[in-house]
Design a protein around this ligand. Structure first.
Ligand SMILES: Nc1ncnc2c1ncn2[C@@H]1O[C@H](COP(=O)(O)OP(=O)(O)OP(=O)(O)O)[C@@H](O)[C@H]1O
Ligand SMILES: [Mg+2]
Length: 395
């Protein structure tokens, strides 16, 4: 029988019930209020593992900000990114909004010049604007930090004078190039100093914290840095139960406990597990046996989807490195143990380590310690034939 399934496993798919993020939402809403009073607000970075709910959280925040008439733009940085041209396009969109009001038209020229300068300093052949030779000469020597700071401060000034605050939402921020990230921090810092209502809400993998402090030491004060993790038992219970309630479907306590222990409260796993359990349910009350009967299907779906897409992005040397991490037994593990499992020196595996960090598969925790950005990834690796063969060969 066809059933409407209320669970939403998938990247950035808004769940029917967003569990456990009330406090973050409330805090940020207050910051939006400050912004709408023409005051600058501290920018925020949400960090966490894959599938923990960063994208859906910042998307929910964007809706709230839009309802408060804050000018919002969402940017998703990609691995082969073009962040600067995206931010330039978003700034232009802001000027278009401002230009719809006749009385504000005179406030556009300055930021427009700054955007043009940024675009041309990045790529003299860019065709977004038409430039005279003279303009090209004038703009081409501007460096990135200066260019982006000019854009942010002039956009900020216009935001302030028009009373239209600005919030940029930047997802997958860890893919920004270090130079761009450094420029973004400087630009935001200067705009804050001038008291303009411009804010950034970013989301990224845990390594972003180190990236920020490596770029500018003061970034710790500029950003509120918030780690988001798996849901508590109470929050998981809500994430499991509430979506089904509308359809008159309930869970026994034992079924809920079982789902929590399998998913460990990771939002993506909850959505995926409940989607399968709900589909397989034959009674109005879902019990433990239904959960147990759905487990194999659940793991299979993860193995061919969530885990596999990450694994397949790895080169052979990356995979060996991952195997050696899993073989350490406990995570986080040290790079020296990984090297030992590979019979190699620490120096000779450092390139692979850097490669895996940049691909967003692993991240450094404390000094010399590493873990996967994908929750429960080691369990997946242990299920792989390739891993089992590798272990056998080593013996
Ligand atoms: N608070 C929550 N309550 C219930 N479900 C959630 C919650 N947060 C996220 N989800 C679900 O978890 C899944 C992953 O969410 P999302 O794509 O936002 O994660 P992410 O942290 O951005 O992952 P990635 O690092 O891979 O981009 C989605 O299916 C979403 O519906
Ligand atoms: Mg995401």
């Amino acid at each position: 029988m066809f059933k409407v399934n209320p669970y939403r496993p998938g990247a950035g798919l808004m769940p029917t019930y967003l569990a456990g993020r009330d406090e973050d939402i409330e805090n940020v809403t207050q910051m939006f209020d400050a912004l709408t009073m023409n005051m600058p607000a501290q920018s925020i970075i949400f960090s966490g593992l894959r599938g923990v709910g960063k994208t859906v959280l910042i998307n929910s925040l964007q809706k709230i900000a839009e309802d408060k008439d804050i000018f919002c733009r969402h940017i998703e940085v990609e691995e082969r990114n073009d962040f600067i041209s995206q931010i330039a396009a978003c700034s232009q969109a802001f000027l278009r909004k401002v230009s719809t009001k006749e009385k504000f038209k005179h406030l556009i020229q300055k930021p427009l010049e700054a955007i043009k300068a940024l675009v041309i300093s990045l790529d003299p052949n860019d065709s977004t604007f038409s430039f005279s030779m003279q303009e090209k000469e004038l703009y081409k020597s501007i460096n990135l930090t200066q260019g982006l700071t000019d854009v942010f401060t002039t956009v900020g000034e216009t935001a302030y004078k028009t009373g239209i605050p600005v919030c940029f939402f930047i997802d997958e921020i860890q893919y920004m190039k270090p130079k761009e990230l450094g420029s973004l921090i400087s630009a935001l810092h200067r705009t804050n100093q001038l008291g303009y209502p411009v804010m950034v809400i970013g989301a990224g993998l845990p390594k972003i914290y180190k990236m920020l402090s490596d770029e500018r030491s003061y970034s710790e004060r500029l950003f509120l840095y918030k780690e988001i993790g798996s849901l508590t038992d109470e929050q998981s219970k809500n994430a499991i139960e509430i979506p089904a309630q509308k359809f008159g479907i309930t869970y026994t306590d034992a079924a809920i406990d079982k789902i929590i222990s399998i998913t460990k409260g990771y939002p993506f796993f909850i959505q995926q597990m409940c989607q399968v359990v709900y589909k397989n349910a034959v009674e109005k009350e879902i019990g433990c046996s239904c959960v147990e009967n759905s487990m194999e299907e659940f793991y299979k779906l993860l193995d061919v989807g969530f885990f596999k897409v990450r694994y397949e992005r790895c080169a052979d040397s990356d995979k060996k490195f991952i195997f050696a991490m899993v073989q350490c037994g406990e995570l986080p593990c040290t790079i020296s143990n990984v090297a030992k499992n590979l019979n190699k020196s620490v120096n000779s595996v450092s390139t692979t380590r850097a490669q895996l960090i940049s691909k967003g598969i692993i991240y450094p925790i404390r000094y010399r310690e590493l873990d996967f950005t994908v929750p429960e990834f080691s369990g997946y690796i242990e299920r792989l034939e390739e891993y089992k063969l590798w272990c056998e060969k080593k013996e």
